[in-house]
Design a protein around this ligand. Structure first.
Ligand SMILES: *[C@@H]1O[C@H](CO)[C@@H](O)[C@H](O)[C@H]1NC(C)=O
Ligand SMILES: *[C@@H]1O[C@H](CO)[C@@H](O)[C@H](O)[C@H]1NC(C)=O
Length: 295
C-alpha cells in the first residue's frame, strides 16, 4: 500500500507545481515560448495611452552589483518579450552609462535604445515607454546628450510631445516620459511620495501600494498618466533593530501579494486602470495579470 501512496503524493506535487503561478522571477532565462511580445496588437488604435495599465520595471537595467543593487534578472530583451512596456533608465556621465547608484550596469543608453528599437522593428504593433533619469556624474549634461541622439538620429522612432498619444499614433515607437530634468515626452504623475521606496515592514508597504493604486485609478479617470511602484528596499534606513530588505527579498514577498491584489481588483466592474506599475523581479504571470486589465 505504500507505493500507491507515494505515487499519489508525487502526482499531487506535480499538480501543485503546474498550477503555481510565476509571480517572482530571479533567473535570466525566459521560459515562455509564444510569450507576450505582441500583446498590444489587439488594443484599439483610438485608445489613449493614459487609459492603459502598463507593466513596467523599476531601475530596469540594474542587473549587477549584488543584492543591494540588483532589481531585475531579465535582460532588456527578455523583459520586452515578457510584455514589459515601461523602462526606467538611470543614465550617467558623458558616455551615457547605465548605473544603479555608483554601480555600472555594463550597458549604455545608446545600446538600450537600440535594443528597444530593434524589438519594435520586429514587433511593430507595440509601443514602449522610456524614462531617462539623469544620475551622477555629469548629471546636468545627460538630458542634452540624450536629446541629441534621439532628435538627430531617431526622430521618427520617438514620441517627444507633451500631449498624450493614442495607441495608433505610437505603434512601433518609443514614448518618452518627462520627469526630473528630462524634458521631452509625456508628463507623469507619481503616486509615491518621497521615501516611500524605503521599506522596513511588508504590511505597511502593501497598504501603501494599495493606496497608490487607488490614486493611480483616479489619475487614469482624469486622463493623467501615472506611475506607481511595487518596489522597495531597506537601504537608506539602516538600523540594527529592523529587518533589512534588499530589492529582491522584498519582491519575493510583495509580488505574490500584488498578484492577489490585482486579481481582486480585476473583479471590479468597471475594471480600474492603473497607469504604469513599476516592479522589481516580476514573474511572467504577474506581468500577464497586469496586461489583462487592458482586455
Ligand atoms: C523577430 O520576430 C520573429 C517572429 O516573431 C522571431 O522569430 C524572432 O526571434 C524575432 N527577432 C528578434 C530580434 O526579436
Ligand atoms: C492631473 O494632472 C494635472 C497636471 O499635472 C493635475 O493638475 C491634476 O490635479 C491631475 N488630476 C488628478 C485627479 O490628480
Amino acid at each position: 500500500m505504500a507505493v500507491p501512496g507515494k505515487i499519489l503524493c508525487i502526482l499531487m506535487l506535480l499538480l501543485h507545481k503546474s498550477s503555481q503561478q510565476e509571480v517572482f522571477n530571479d533567473k535570466d532565462t525566459l521560459n515562455h515560448p509564444g510569450n507576450a511580445a505582441d500583446w498590444m496588437k489587439t488594443l484599439d488604435d483610438e485608445k489613449l495611452i493614459s487609459t492603459l495599465t502598463i507593466p513596467g520595471t523599476h531601475d530596469s537595467l540594474a542587473l549587477h552589483g549584488g543584492p543591494p543593487a540588483e532589481c531585475q534578472a531579465w535582460s532588456l530583451e527578455n523583459q520586452l518579450k515578457a510584455g514589459i512596456r515601461y523602462f526606467d533608465l538611470r543614465v550617467s556621465g558623458e558616455n551615457l552609462k547605465i548605473k544603479h547608484g555608483l554601480i555600472y550596469q555594463h550597458t549604455t543608453f545608446p545600446k538600450a535604445f537600440k535594443t528597444i528599437k530593434n524589438f519594435l522593428s520586429n514587433y511593430s504593433t507595440e509601443t514602449v515607454l522610456v524614462r531617462v533619469k539623469p544620475v551622477f556624474f555629469f548629471k546636468s549634461k545627460v538630458p542634452d546628450l540624450v536629446k541629441k541622439i534621439i532628435l538627430n538620429r531617431y526622430r521618427e522612432y520617438v514620441w517627444i510631445d507633451k500631449t498624450v498619444p493614442r495607441i495608433g499614433e505610437v505603434r512601433g515607437k518609443i514614448v518618452f516620459v518627462q520627469k526630473d530634468s528630462f524634458e521631452l515626452g509625456i508628463i507623469l504623475s507619481e503616486t509615491d511620495e518621497k521615501d516611500d521606496y524605503i521599506v522596513t515592514n511588508v504590511k505597511v508597504k502593501e497598504e501603501k501600494i494599495k493606496k497608490h493604486l487607488e490614486e493611480a485609478a483616479k489619475q487614469c479617470r482624469a486622463g493623467n498618466n501615472s506611475l506607481s511602484y511595487s518596489s522597495g528596499t531597506s537601504l537608506g534606513k539602516l538600523s540594527m533593530k529592523i529587518f533589512h530588505f534588499w530589492p529582491k527579498t522584498l519582491a519575493k514577498q510583495i509580488n505574490p501579494w500584488l498578484y492577489k491584489h490585482l486579481a481582486e481588483e480585476f473583479e471590479k466592474n468597471p475594471k480600474p486602470c492603473f497607469g504604469i506599475i513599476a516592479m522589481d523581479f516580476p514573474g511572467f504571470d504577474l506581468i500577464q495579470k497586469v496586461i489583462k486589465f487592458n482586455t
